[in-house]
Design a protein around this ligand. Structure first.
Ligand code: ASP
Length: 329
């Protein structure tokens, strides 16, 4: 029985014998096997939620399975370095959030360069964050939370997804603006961090609405505020941290899709086309609205759109992180 793969290999051999460019031929055949979509945090967290949501329509559009592969550690920087060294053939792609733009300022020694080691496929979603406590934490609102942590200091524990993760950054900015130092506990993602919060093993967590909206609505956690400057349609009764006194406190977690540097343009175009189909999928659009995640305009779901945004965000966060005097290593 001649499988599709064998047919492709025979066709490539025939092309080679005719002196055709087999590389162009294999690009035309792309994808002829599953694609790994690397997520730099543990399963169950908000980045994983977004990846698994878009992997389904992307698989349909590409005619091959897009398989989510969780590679956690060091706030997403371990996975970024791994993808940067992967074969540039389109079979390894990467979904990461704004941690791609904060890592250069947070890590003195970084084993990849966000601006040199990747091809850009497009922006994905922008997601606000929520400041949460375990359900039985003794502060009913943000004012009581401020009083409590000013009195208790590092007796209060704050979970995050590792040094350099956006939950780490949100926590650092929160502590810096509050003038307190909490006991920070890193996890391999805010999926496991949320399990610890729900289990009462940790006090506070700042995490994206893509994971937290259902838990807030079910009353399984306490919520003190959102990190957007305006209230969220999905959580109209939750005030912003900005309106509660943390003036200008805004962390909106943008996400981008990347491939290793050198991935051929025709392959990148196919992946970008599948991403655009996914971002217009009715199920994906509705789910993202329910989770307060914004879909960027189509022109930003492009190589140029992502590269421009990444450059601007690296420039934006460097002074903020330097001023807050925070480093991950
Ligand atoms: N929310 C995590 C972070 O803090 C990412 C994740 O676990 O999805 O970066």
């Amino acid at each position: 029985m001649i499988t599709k793969r064998k047919t492709m290999l025979l066709a490539c051999a025939a092309a080679a014998s005719l002196g055709l460019n087999t590389q162009a031929f294999s690009q035309a055949a792309f994808p002829d096997k599953p694609i790994a979509l690397v997520v730099p945090f543990a399963a169950g967290g908000p980045t994983d939620v977004v990846a698994r949501m878009i992997a389904i329509p992307m698989s349909k559009a590409l005619g091959q399975t897009v398989l989510v592969e969780n590679a956690a550690g060091a706030g997403g920087t371990i996975a970024a370095a791994k993808v940067a060294r992967a074969a540039p053939n389109g079979y390894t792609i990467f979904l990461h959030h704004m941690g791609m733009s904060t890592a250069p300022a947070l890590y003195k020694k970084l084993s990849f360069d966000p601006l040199k080691d990747f091809e850009y496929i497009g922006q994905v979603v922008d997601v606000p964050m929520t400041l949460l406590a375990r359900k039985d934490f003794p502060a009913a609102n943000f004012a009581e939370l401020q009083t409590y942590i000013k009195a208790q200091g590092n007796k209060v524990s704050l979970a995050n997804a590792g040094l350099g993760a956006v939950s780490h950054l949100c926590g650092l900015l929160f502590q810096s603006q509050m003038g307190v130092e909490l006991n920070t506990i890193p996890y391999s993602g805010t999926g496991p961090a949320m399990n610890a919060l729900l289990g009462g093993q940790v006090d506070l967590l700042c995490d994206q609405t893509t994971q937290t909206v259902p838990l807030i609505k079910d009353g399984r956690v306490k919520v003190y505020g959102v990190t957007s400057l305006t209230r969220l349609a999905a959580l109209p009764n939750v005030p912003t941290l900005n309106e509660q006194g943390l003036k200008g406190f805004e962390v909106k977690v943008w996400h981008g899709m990347y491939a290793p540097k050198g991935t051929p343009a025709p392959v990148l175009e196919k992946i970008n086309a599948a991403l655009r189909v996914a971002m217009q999928d009715p199920m994906v659009k509705q789910r993202l609205v329910d989770l307060s995640a914004d879909i960027p305009p189509m022109e930003k779901i492009s190589a140029a759109g992502l590269k421009t945004h990444l450059e601007a965000e690296i420039a934006k966060w460097a002074p903020v992180i330097k001023q807050a005097g925070v480093y991950a290593d």
